[in-house]
Design a protein around this ligand. Structure first.
Ligand SMILES: [Zn+2]
Length: 318
């Protein structure tokens, strides 16, 4: 039996798992990140969480072949350096060496957290068995990962796969990156919530007010789908417009890469068929290769937050 430790380093939480060769999680541990501390201290806690996950699974650390990390920033794999992680205040941290010191003799792998999550879905979730897959995660931002010919595409300096910053409306809302109308500025969960609240302002009788107890700050990514499902017209219009934005970005990806699978994850994907079915229809009608007999399949992600842990653990399979 092969065993791996996967670690997902977030801005607030360090999650760790003991994973087998099939991508099954056998043990878990969590610790607070304590952002703002030196990288070496955080790395020591990551190692601690990894060991606890192995303990919880009852697997002696000697039987663990490798340790993989998903990190929130640019993972320079040639040098083993986490170049830049904004929410941790990290700049050029030799995180692989730090982790190797905590796990003598073991192989250490790392990649950007979005890539790790894409890799997890590819190996053990919505992309199982495919040759090419693009993961699109609709969360606070829009993240993703590009897997072509069984390999994660990192780019010339490990910054590839930033699907969220593809512009889909040059006159659209400002994005954190400094451009306007990025995919993320229109199709993230954050954008959907903003669109929901704006629509509520213009529709005092919408069911959405009732669903969030009269306080639009309580509206989240689910509110609009629930209201639309119960026949609220304003909500249905918000959903329709949101999916049309999403479809522009997804169609661009289909036209650029024609992957076997596009795997949609993140909080908004929990809307399920109400999101997926209309999205598929719009993409199918606009896809440049729409007359082709073999088409890209759009699917929902299967692993939720575990994708990042499983993908990190199995990064050695890249
Ligand atoms: Zn942007």
């Amino acid at each position: 039996m092969e065993y791996y430790i996967g670690i997902d380093l977030g801005g607030t939480n360090i999650a760790a798992a003991l994973v087998d060769g099939q991508g099954k999680i056998l043990g878990r541990a969590n610790l607070a990140t304590g952002a703002g501390r030196p990288a070496a201290e955080i790395a020591a806690d990551m190692a601690h969480a990894g060991r606890r996950a192995a303990e919880q699974a009852g697997v002696p650390i000697e039987q663990v072949s490798a340790v993989g990390m998903g990190v929130p920033g640019t993972a320079n794999q040639k040098e083993g350096v986490l170049e830049f992680a904004n929410n941790l205040g990290f700049l050029h941290e030799p995180i692989v060496e730090m982790m190797a010191g905590c796990f003598p003799g073991k192989q250490i792998w790392f990649d950007n957290d979005a890539n790790a999550a894409a890799w997890g879905e590819y190996l053990a979730g919505g992309g199982r068995g495919a040759d090419s897959m693009i993961a699109v995660t609709l969360g606070t931002g829009v993240g993703g990962g590009i897997i072509l010919g069984g390999k994660l595409w990192n780019g010339v300096n490990y910054g590839a796969g930033e699907l969220g910053h593809m512009v889909i409306d040059q006159n659209g809302p400002e994005c954190n990156c400094g451009r306007r109308g990025c995919f993320e500025a229109l199709a993230s969960a954050t954008a959907l919530i903003r669109q929901t609240r704006e629509a509520m302002d213009n529709a005092p009788k919408s069911l959405m007010w009732e669903l969030c107890g009269g306080d639009k700050r309580m509206a989240d990514g689910k509110t609009v789908f629930e209201a639309a499902g119960r026949g609220d017209r304003t909500a249905a219009m918000v959903v329709e417009r949101y999916i049309s934005y999403l479809a522009v970005g997804i169609t661009n990806l289909v036209n650029l890469f024609q992957p076997e699978i596009i795997c949609i994850g993140g909080g908004v994907s929990l809307a399920g068929a109400a999101l997926l079915e209309p999205l598929k229809q719009i993409v199918a009608a606009g896809d440049y290769a729409r007359d082709s007999s073999v088409r890209t399949e759009i699917r929902l992600a299967e692993l939720g937050n575990d994708a990042g842990l499983i993908g990190a653990a199995l990064l050695g399979r890249r």
